[in-house]
Design a protein around this ligand. Sequence first.
Ligand code: AGV
Ligand code: CA
Length: 314
Amino acid sequence: NLPPKVPVLFDHDGSADDFLSLLLLLTMDAVDLQGVSITPADCYAEQAVETTLKLLLLRQRVDVGVSVGHCHGVNAFPAEWRAKPRILNALPTLINLEVDLSRIDARPSPAFLRDALAAASQPVTVLLTGPCTNLVHALDLAPELVTKIARVVWMGGAVDVGGNVRTYNHDGSAEWNVFWDPLAAQRLLAYHLPLTLIPLDVTNQVPVSRTFLQALAQHAAHPWACLAGQFWATTVDTIPAYEYTYFMWDVLATSYLAIPEAFRLEKLELSIASTGPSAGCTRRQPGSGQWVQVATAVDQAAFYAYLFGQLTQA
Ligand code: AGV
Ligand code: CA
């Protein structure tokens, strides 16, 4: 008798760690992946959907629906970041895989998510590793479906630490997934869903270290460990390294589904700035009534050990 699986809808935005998150999700026995949607934020959708289909194909999961969103953020990601995932499709493991593009769902992601929630026989966990726009637009189409959402787990925000946006007319207080569409983020909070944020406060504690990559490479005979190592290798050229160190952002948020006990969580009342030099800043605001469960610390050893174990399993 296997334990019951948790239904999960996954919306990502096509950066390398979004795909590492998909790769990790596909190793989780307790997860029933019910669909993948794509936010064209830190990617160009054509490349991101191809990588998504290839990873599902490698795991014989062509049953999982895949949809593309067409929304535009107020604050676009730098084009050089968006173009980077092209490299992933050219890696030896992926380059020769023939994917069936006709398999891409005809519905844009908000309608895809709405229908998936409507059809769900039990409340679903929604994992977001990019901006939250697709989900908010899905709820705009059918607000009554909030009852079908068991919880939202979102890699986003920076509460008590600085953000990672470095651009003109911005004070650096925002994290990119919130900054891309601050209004959608504001509206997500206003839905008062059970929301768990995995912000920079906790992702800062888990960099992608060379030591970790070296240890993983010892297990390159495992195809998934090998592929993951290649994905991470595409991220180490970010210059200047002191400013742009790559973190386990989305991968940490994904791990939360499997090892919640490794996280310290605090219930906080938050608010989000939508315009001005702090646009996208997620700050504490007692009295806002917008209670969010915020991850503030993680047992680093437990996280890296979990990740390592999943990627090196047979
Ligand atoms: O802010 C972190 C989010 C995560 O969802 N993304 C990357 C992760 O997928 C934006 C981002 C911040 N810094 C970046 C980012 C960088 N140096 N390169 C690419 N994306
Ligand atoms: Ca992402």
